[in-house]
Design a protein around this ligand. Structure first.
Ligand code: CP
Length: 296
């Protein structure tokens, strides 16, 4: 039976920690120019209902570096866009490729796809979760801070898929998470009762003495047409001054793309405490480790 990666909890904490270790090793292999074609003759199909730069490029480049190949499938250019059911597509792809990644508007689409798939399925982001991004984020924290367990992490902004993914990760990896969101933008109630998670009133309360500060856009993909959120998120912008409230060795993460002037000011992504570029590069290494794990 195939393993899927639809949420972080599909893997045990030991498996996740090994995967992060392997991602760090794969990063070194690339830097050393050492070949590591562990997935030769394997094919990854990627379905994107929503746009992507990092996820797509990391999977395509990663699969090539592992000796395999990838196929990009947009619903616009496939029969999915003409109404072919997701469960039929899942069964067909399982006859032709070795592994599938799907980015969908609804988590239920990804869950349904996996139910009908005999091959591993990866969640490339949904309205609920972004587990591939969390692999890169945990890797970046481990590289910068030495470990993930026991870290004090602050999430400031919209309680959407990235916030919910950090909540899920807090229970698995054992870090403390303080969350500051505007009252109407808290995570789904399903994600509000985790042991390691504390909701606080203000961004300063979340960030004070933290080791890691995380934020995300105020209007995620699919929500751009909603009423202007600028007023609701007033005061939730990450600035260098806000980062000064964190621990001296704190780092800033953002999954990107960023909207300067909204959730981050014009310059904070270039602050020495910002590791967002390293974090985006780590998408490549962590997704390669994930593909290797699922194809093993
Ligand atoms: N962070 C992230 O998933 O980026 P893309 O939407 O560009 O894939």
């Amino acid at each position: 039976m195939s393993r899927h990666f639809l949420r972080l909890s599909d893997l045990s904490v030991d498996e996740l920690n090994s995967l992060i270790e392997r991602a760090i090793e794969l990063k070194r292999l690339i830097q050393d120019g050492s070949p590591h074609q562990t997935c030769a003759n394997k094919t990854l199909a990627m379905i994107f209902e929503l746009s992507s730069t990092r996820t797509r490029v990391a999977f395509e480049a990663g699969m090539a570096q592992l000796g395999g190949q990838s196929i990009f499938l947009s619903p616009r250019d496939t029969q999915l866009g003409r109404g072919e059911p997701i469960k039929d597509t899942a069964r067909v792809l399982a006859k032709m490729v070795d592994i599938v990644m799907i980015r969908a508007k609804d988590q239920s689409t990804i869950d349904e796809f996996a139910t009908y798939s005999d091959i591993p399925v990866i969640n490339g982001m949904s309205d609920e979760l972004h587990p591939c991004q969390l692999l890169a984020d945990i890797m970046t924290i481990v590289e910068a801070q030495g470990e993930i367990e026991g870290q004090k992490i602050a999430f400031v902004g919209d309680g959407y898929n990235m916030c919910q993914s950090f909540i899920e990760a807090s229970g698995i990896f054992g870090f403390h998470l303080k969350i500051a969101t505007p009252p109407d933008y808290r995570p789904s109630t399903k994600y509000c009762a985790y042991n390691n998670v504390e909701f606080v009133e203000s961004p300063v309360d979340a960030v004070r003495n933290s080791d890691v500060v995380v934020t995300d856009v105020w209007s995620s993909m699919g929500h751009e047409d909603e009423a202007d959120r600028t007023k609701a998120f007033d005061g939730f912008q990450i600035t260098s001054k806000l980062l000064d409230q964190a621990d001296q060795s704190a780092i800033l993460l953002h999954c990107l793309p960023a909207h300067r002037g909204e959730e981050v000011d014009e310059s904070v992504l270039d602050d020495p405490r910002s590791l967002v570029w390293e974090e985006s590069g780590n998408r490549l290494h962590s997704q390669k480790a994930l593909i290797e794990f699922l194809l093993r």
